[in-house]
Design a protein around this ligand. Sequence first.
Ligand code: C5P
Length: 232
Amino acid sequence: MGKDVIIACDFDSGEKTLAFLDKFKEVKPFVKIGMELFYAAGPTIISDIKERGHKIFLDLKLHDIPNTVKKAMSVLSHLGVDMCNVHASGTRRMMEAAIEGLTRSDGTRPLLIAVTQLTSTDEQTMHDDLLITSPLDEVVMHYAHNAALSGLDGVVCSPLEAGKVHARCGDKFVTVTPGIRFEGGDVGDQKRVTTPAMAKELGSDYIVVGRPITSAVDPVSAYEQCVKDFIG
Ligand code: C5P
């Protein structure tokens, strides 16, 4: 599994996103498109970005009954995205249905990864709101294992959890890790941050980097620095 830096394109319009991507003349980075942009710009934003030569992680975090997820995944698969995701809490049956829907007639499919527990949910909230009484760490690893058993390719997690996920689910099970900041960079709303070099050391497969690149004075240099530190 190739290591890569994924830029989180958290913009509110297609125009802003394409203007940002215009800065990248030679290397065409792997980009993450989230709900806000996808719902604002519609599916054509995917073909526009693909035409420019970028790989796309479509971060829509599907969670519904298995049949609905299967059909929705089939639509996303035909948009030609390279990676997409579901909530592991949708159950193993839902994740298996997602894989079925994603698989194209020639047997190929985008990578499918799972969200375990959102980082906005802490142990107390999980207990009080969801009535899940196991420790958060255990729940995250259990959900990751369920994703692996369902045939998914990996999970979104913190770089600090990458080693544990690999130990439980195997080295080939990919870890896609946000919460990345340069040494001394603005942390913003992230709680636990890791540098690209540290994420490499901890065994992350993909780092997801938003504001340290999108808000940089020179986004192309910031991206190149991430690649140098993370991939070498
Ligand atoms: O700007 P920043 O580098 O913090 O962006 C991180 C990206 O990763 C955002 O798109 C954020 O929504 C996403 N993400 C995250 N933490 C998670 C899951 C996704 O920061 N646990």
